[in-house]
Design a protein around this ligand. Structure first.
Ligand code: ATP
Ligand code: MG
Length: 328
């Protein structure tokens, strides 16, 4: 595919005429809807007022307007998308995708946890456009379906203690029935993360690598959920996961599966994936520092942890602000 060279512009009031034009062409080309859309009531003044406040995006190609959307900041911690409009002659050209990508970046830059928008249930192609991009239904309101998406995050984690502290923060967001899938090479820190999660949930330890058992249940020390810790390293298939009878306890427990990528996800429609990477470890010293000097008694090596929410369970959960927030 040749590059289309789309420009996605952070729109200001001066872009209001172009945006109103696109809104009218896009919404005007839709089938008759009940109730009719109030998008067609937007004027240059009303759009300019929005652009002067929360703002919006305008997509151009060689100076020609092709798509637009308006932002909504009325909900704390969330960025709303309104009037998502694409020139009706250009629907299939990636204009909407480009806008959504920039909108998600904007939400991140503004320190938001997620995005919401409302779509017409009568427009299945529109609904599909968003669900393919992992926007999940939150609630119905008349003809509208509200969709939401929680933003993922990546964080540097310098030490094993910081790994446990991050996991303890995650523990404040989880509840019975949740599934966490941990990925990362041997020794990356999956068990270390699980220990921090267990400490945060206040379950009975010790949490160790489950070498001889595939799954171990750590009961709560108060009245919270137990932690089920699974090591799927030697598991080949979903059938085997079923064999160890996880399903029985997943409803009441917080379940953590090390090496669970591609296996554990099939247990639930929602899960949190936690991927731990060892980055760049020790730089090679061209002057040849004598052996041992860079290993002086501390085994802390930075990790990069990527946490991605999957499925409807995580919509509305303040992942980024909780895990990147003050002191993180
Ligand atoms: N930044 C860090 N975060 C987490 N662990 C770290 C970090 N730096 C060093 N470590 C060390 O790396 C080791 C991680 O071991 P851990 O058992 O948690 O890994 P794992 O991913 O569970 O391995 P396995 O694949 O064998 O199950 C620990 O010894 C820990 O002290
Ligand atoms: Mg482990």
């Amino acid at each position: 595919m040749s590059s289309i060279a789309l420009d996605v512009i952070n729109a200001g009031p001066e872009h209001a005429p172009a945006i109103v034009d696109i809104i009218q062409r896009s919404f005007g080309a839709r089938p008759e809807l009940d109730p009719p859309s109030d998008a067609l009531d937007e004027s240059v003044e009303s759009v300019a007022a929005t652009l002067a406040g929360p703002g919006g995006l305008l997509v151009e190609r060689r100076g020609q307007p092709m798509g637009a959307l308006l932002f909504d900041e009325s909900r704390p911690g969330l960025l709303g998308l309104r009037r998502v409009a694409v020139d009706p002659d250009l629907q299939a050209r990636g204009v909407a995708s480009a806008m959504v990508g920039v909108a998600e970046d904007t939400a991140e830059e503004r320190g938001k946890d997620g995005i919401w928008l409302r779509v017409r249930e009568e427009l299945p192609d529109t609904v599909r456009f968003w669900t393919r991009r992992r926007y999940y239904p939150l609630r119905r309101e008349g003809a509208f379906l509200e969709l939401g998406k929680t933003l993922w995050l990546a964080r540097e984690v310098p030490t094993p203690e910081a790994m446990q502290e991050l996991a303890a923060r995650v523990s404040t967001l989880v509840r019975a029935g949740d599934l966490l899938v941990l990925a990362g090479d041997l020794g990356a820190g999956k068990t270390t993360f699980t220990q921090g999660l267990g400490a945060g949930l206040d379950v009975r330890g010790p949490i160790t690598s489950p070498t001889f058992v595939l799954a171990r249940t750590h009961p709560s020390l108060n009245d919270g959920p137990p932690l089920v810790h699974v090591d799927a390293y030697r598991l080949g298939s979903v059938e085997e996961v079923d064999d160890i009878d996880l399903d029985a306890s997943t409803e009441e427990a917080v379940t953590v599966v090390e090496w669970g990528t591609g296996v554990a996800e099939q247990l639930s429609d929602s899960w949190l994936s936690v991927t731990i990477e060892v980055r760049g470890a020790r730089p090679i010293d061209p002057l040849g520092t004598p052996a041992g000097e860079d290993e002086v008694g501390d085994d802390a090596e930075p990790r990069v942890v990527t946490i991605k929410p999957n499925g409807p369970r995580w919509v509305g959960v303040p992942l980024r602000s909780t895990l990147l927030g003050q002191g993180a």
